[in-house]
Write a protein that binds this ligand. Structure first.
Ligand code: FAD
Length: 515
């Protein structure tokens, strides 16, 4: 859309703001925070997935929650939508303005707001929490809290994601089996609702809004501040990977490690991944294997059942003064596991380097031009009772030997997920995340991978696996109703309560925005 047309539409919106909030002059802060610059609008029209496009009228650089509230009030009256953009790392346009509709994107990560931008993280040592702006990146939260020897407990694999963005989904990684997802580790939020009110909410106060927003896909309000629980930060991490050719043994060990009994091993992180082709060994999630090892893995791969190998990975955090006992602890644990003998890969690194591990891989891919490419990712929660069927039908079936990216698989305990939050998970006590993190280097690959995703979903449907999409993407409301199942009525009534004009996060395509 040409800049002039955008300006006209934006002026219209701002005029409505004058009428709405009774200003005789548009507040100068708000005017100066809205940009219609082509390069900014262009950047806010796409996301990491590069599969969708939605051009906003303007991009806002807020300096505070009040700035956001003013814009949302204008939208409430003025007939345009508002999408908060964390770091734009969604796959299917979830943080964009829905294509073909009028709306403003709020760049939550912007440091350009009036007065130097939003507040920096503020740590309370005594209370063991940190207050952070909703657009803050997790890497900055980590850096700020480490200055006090503290750190959040639950993470994502990659830290260049925003707090508001991951809390709108769940925020999961190998710590979730023990600490729950990131949404289970939040004390309090400040939220701008779809009516433009700024509300503080927690379990004790405005609890309906609190639980609605956590895992709420941006539908009920914009998180401007989150109070996140902290623990003393460890200094180092012992990181182990072991290989399996037998899926039943692999899942048995993973499930043992996340069980109450396995918890006595005091592991801090448990994940795993599937190896269906050799290319995977050297991809961005697998840089850990030392250069001589791939030869060994490729020979194992040929002998594997159906050509598929499974890698279990776990870590144990420790402090320098515990260094002497860590080897023995790991050895005592390994004896209990049933992996392929001699397939143990070990490394030891500072805590920050472990948490920030994916960023290193990002830099490598960027330097080769392989980061900014389409990403037809698919993330599923698969119930424990059907994971063997999923293995047969998908890993050893639909995938063939071309996956174009890492496939993560790890189990989590449902009792660590607060059922009052908006995110939906399978019915069973234990369910697996299965994440197909693919990159499409050309149109043909994109078509192939999209088709594969469609077949995987079809397989789950036909075999009645009862999987749930994580970071879900649907195009019709009926599909969303099916996704939420008996939680849909609650989701819908929360929407009517907190964003009755359906102006927020239209890129999710859950509710139709009618200007
Ligand atoms: P965006 O994509 O910008 O926004 C996501 C949604 O949240 C949108 O609907 C948006 O409107 C809404 N939103 C954004 N900010 C706010 C706010 N302040 N208040 C209310 N709503 C808001 N996820 C995991 O759980 N675990 C992982 O290990 C993991 N690894 C990843 C690795 C990579 C390389 C990438 C690209 C993604 C990964 N993700 C992971 C997915 C990630 O959690 C989602 O993309 C999530 O949306 C966060 O990205 P973002 O901050 O860029 O949010």
């Amino acid at each position: 859309m040409k800049m002039a047309v955008r300006l006209v539409l934006l002026t219209f919106a701002i005029c409505r703001l004058i009428v709405t909030v009774g200003f005789t002059v548009v507040p100068t802060e708000l005017q100066s925070q809205l940009s219609v610059d082509n390069s900014e609008v262009e950047a806010a029209s796409v996301d990491f997935g590069m599969l969708d496009k939605g051009e906003p009228l303007a991009v806002m650089h807020p300096g505070s929650a009040d700035d956001i509230a003013q814009l949302v009030r204008a939208a409430y009256e003025g007939g345009f939508s508002v999408s908060a953009r964390g770091h734009g790392h969604s796959i299917n346009g979830q943080g964009l303005i829905k294509r073909g509709t009028k709306g403003v994107v709020i760049d939550m990560g912007s440091k350009k707001g009036v007065g130097g931008g939003p507040p920096a993280p503020s740590v309370c040592e005594k209370g063991m929490y940190v207050d952070v702006w909703g657009g803050e990146l997790w890497i900055n939260v980590l850096k700020a809290t480490l200055q006090y020897g503290l750190a959040p407990m639950s993470w994502t694999d990659y830290l260049y994601l925003s707090v508001g963005g991951t809390l709108s989904n769940a925020g999961i990684s190998g710590q979730a089996f023990h600490h729950g997802p990131q949404i289970s580790n939040v004390h309090q939020l400040d939220v701008v609702t779809g009516k433009g009110e700024v509300l503080t909410c927690s379990e004790e106060s405005n609890s309906e809004l609190f639980h609605a927003v956590l895992g709420g896909l941006g539908q009920f309000g914009i998180i401007t501040r989150a109070r996140i629980a902290l623990e003393p930060a460890p200094q180092r991490v012992r990181w182990i990977r072991v290989l399996y050719s037998n899926f039943a043994k692999f899942t048995k060990d993973q499930e043992y490690l996340i069980s109450v009994e396995g918890n006595k091993e005091r592991l801090d992180y448990i994940e795993g991944f599937v190896i269906v082709d050799e290319g995977l060994i050297n991809n961005w999630r697998s840089s850990f294997f030392s250069p001589s090892n791939p030869v060994k893995i490729s020979s194992l791969n040929k002998n594997a059942d159906g050509g598929v190998l499974y890698c279990l990975e776990f870590t144990k955090n420790y402090h320098q003064h515990q260094a002497d006992s860590i080897d023995q602890e790991i050895e005592a644990l390994l004896i209990k596991l049933d992996f392929i003998p001699a397939s143990v890969f070990t490394t030891d690194l500072p805590y920050v380097d472990f948490l920030d591990r994916v960023h290193k891989a990002e830099l490598k891919l960027r330097s080769k031009g392989l980061w900014e490419v389409p990403h037809p990712w698919l993330n599923l929660f698969v119930p424990k009772s059907r994971i063997v069927d999923f293995d047969k039908g998908v890993f050893k079936g639909i995938l063939g030997n071309k996956t174009s990216g890492p496939i993560l698989i790890y189990p989590m305990n449902k009792d660590k997920w607060d059922q009052r939050n908006s995110v939906v998970t399978p019915e069973e006590d234990v369910f697996y995340l299965v994440a197909f993190l693919r990159s499409a280097l050309d149109d043909e690959a994109l078509e192939y991978l999209n088709d594969q995703n469609r077949r995987i979903l079809e397989f789950c449907n036909d075999a009645e696996i009862n999987a749930k999409q994580y970071l879900p993407h649907y195009t019709t409301q009926q599909e969303w109703m099916d996704h939420f199942g008996d939680r849909w009525d609650q989701f819908y009534s929360r929407k009517m309560q907190f964003d009755p004009r359906r102006i927020l996060a239209t890129g999710q395509r859950i509710f139709e925005f009618h200007p």
